[in-house]
Design a protein around this ligand. Sequence first.
Ligand code: BGC
Length: 445
Amino acid sequence: MIKKEFLCYALSLAILISLPYSVSFLNGKNLGRSELRMRRGINIGNALEAPKEGQWGVIIKDEYFKIIREAGFDTVRIPIRWSAHAGDKPPYRIDDEFFSRIDWVVNKSLEKGLITIINIHHYEELMEDPMGHRERFLSLWRQISNHYKDYPENLYFELLNEPHGRLTSKIWNDLLAEAIKIIRETNPTRKVIVGPTDWNSIDGLEELVVPEHDRNIIVTFHFYAPFEFTHQGAEWVSPSPPVGKKWLGTEAERKQITKLLDAAVQWSEKHGNIPLFLGEFGAYSKADMDSRVRWTYFVAREAEKRGIPWCYWEFCAGFGAYDPKENKWREPLLYALIPKPNKYFISAITDYGSISGTGWYDEGTYATIKLDRTATGFLVRNVFVFFDGLKPEDKIIDKGVIQVYVDGPREIRAVWRKDYTQLVLIMAAACIGCLLLLLLRRMSS
Ligand code: BGC
């Protein structure tokens, strides 16, 4: 009797101990979030996903890959509009010339040691009519995967950018499973990236179903929150969010971002720690540069803290971290993405007028921060009072001018007060005027 009871206890204990292992086994064995080789990447956008390369102002140049690699990125994502370069009818043949162009781009990128992601981008017809384009989409992947089957493992495939519209989660889950099956016939171990519907949003993850027991699947999501900030003035969005929205990095603003990223991590943990990839994030150039730097730095670091590799949107167009006319990096953005040791961002914020001198500075130097004026407004005047966030090492040069010592990231805020003197004086003068008028009338009647 006692023996039986003991056996029961021992068995229950064994089951309890092995529970976490069985869960991870049942969830499928995958790479795990920290095992990916990608870390920091950039999208070469607006080139090959335009209806024709060059039509959106970007033609990929040989030198770009060297520039990107030397800046410290290890990955590039190359959006491609295959659907504009393939037949409309079976067998939906991809143009040889277009394939050669992609080969050239992929080869140049791989030669520079960059992990290279190619995807299917802007397949709008598939979003509108998923059933009508199902076979064509699968045929594109059959051709692409067969074409690149002998390529090095640093070439990754991403199934489809931002599924949305009529391509619902149910249809997409089925289609992605079919596409992966086709790819696996010729590329059994290649990394395949797949993302949820709702434009690859984190919210869409809940409905995403990825094949179990495939160690080489990576799940991607895109990040543009808050949208009114990142897409202010974006011509392709209707209605376009108004320009002028700043991102100051307040607690509430930070929380909005960390909450979303945490939700992505939780989803991954629930699915056997499936690796995540932040495939696009960025703020359009119509936002002010300081806000873009703060936001970009924050998102990139928060992703890194969670073991999520990222790819900035994008290299040299509207969100560009690189200026193709000047042939140089926009350093504020580059350093936000790939921080330089001993270089720190000196941020300064004001509600009135403008402030200069913010940017990346070397440790041990001083940043001169200057307000362009110390009073604004007419009846109710805004009067500058002091700079908040100063340390004893900083120097006050003049009212509205300071030198901030660079010993780490610094955040200075101009504090203003409202001055009603002018308004009160004018109102008092008006009252006295009225009284005098009344008095004069009385006297003359
Ligand atoms: C789209 C781009 C767009 C970007 C930001 C990408 O997925 O393909 O056209 O600029 O998202 O909205």
